[in-house]
Write a protein that binds this ligand. Structure first.
Ligand code: MN
Length: 261
């Protein structure tokens, strides 16, 4: 009886956050476990199914002007990737302005608007020409960044995880399936803070296309359904403070908004 009660509370708490509790006391393999662990899921537009998130990959410095503002030479750099933990996802429903908590430890909290590709078919050594066949759908999101900590760690040649991979740092909307929205090779991408344009570019300005990102990632790691890829941000990243409202846009997707609290 006590256990049943716990399950219901956990499931109810999880529903609002885009997290789903696995069956209490058992793992997917059927072995019993001492507690339930939540798994992250993302709603799928026009479906009562949800997209279970296996891994979150992010590409770094994938627009020329952003690469230059971060101090790199985009003509020399091969693509590189980092990860965020799957429970860093903050799902934002369309038509809402979700509260996004200003994180601890930083004094320079930055936005990065990005196209997000969701993988529906896994593989390794995927050729570029076939790579888009592996995409289940797309959404838009924010790769939120503690820029001061990211820079400090980089300067010390330490991992920049504390700057990138923290609670709520992976903001995104519901997934739109490829049969409904097609693929995203071009189109406007922009970000506003309090109604003022801060970032604006076109997806065709990406150094590595989504197809090239998938092909490249699949050389380093086998990809699986449930992997998502943040495809990089254009130039003019910048800080927000408590009270700011961020609105982001990618052509053919509904806008997404959060308020920093
Ligand atoms: Mn980014």
């Amino acid at each position: 009886m006590q256990r049943r009660k716990f399950v219901n509370v956990a499931a109810a708490a999880a529903a609002g956050a885009g997290l789903a509790a696995c069956a209490t006391g058992t793992t997917q393999s059927g072995a019993r476990s001492p507690f339930a662990v939540k798994t992250s899921t993302i709603p799928i537009v026009g479906s009562d199914e949800v997209f279970p998130v296996r891994r979150i990959y992010c590409i770094g410095r994938n627009y020329r002007a952003h690469s230059i503002e971060m101090g790199s030479n985009p003509d020399r750099e091969p693509p590189f990737f980092f990860q965020k933990p799957t429970d860093a996802i903050q799902y934002v429903p369309v038509g809402t302005v979700a509260d996004h908590p200003y994180p601890t430890l930083t004094k320079n909290y930055h936005y990065e608007v990005e196209l997000v590709a969701a993988i529906g078919k896994g593989g390794r050594n995927i050729p570029v020409a076939q790579a888009l066949d592996h995409v289940y759908g797309y959404t838009l999101g924010l790769d939120m960044t503690r820029r001061d900590l990211q820079r400090a760690m980089g300067d010390e040649k330490k991992p920049w995880e504390i700057g990138k991979s923290f609670d709520h740092s992976a903001v995104l909307g519901a997934i739109h399936r490829v049969p409904q929205v097609g693929h995203f090779r071009n189109g406007q991408i922009w970000l506003k803070v309090n109604g003022t344009i801060k970032q604006t570019s076109d997806l065709q300005m990406m150094i590595w296309s989504v197809a090239e990102q998938i092909a490249n990632l699949s050389l380093a790691n086998e990809l699986f359904p449930g992997d998502i890829i943040y495809s990089g941000t254009p130039e003019n990243v910048g800080p927000v403070v408590r009270g700011d409202v961020i609105e982001i846009h990618i052509d053919r997707l509904p806008n997404l908004s959060v308020k920093i609290v």
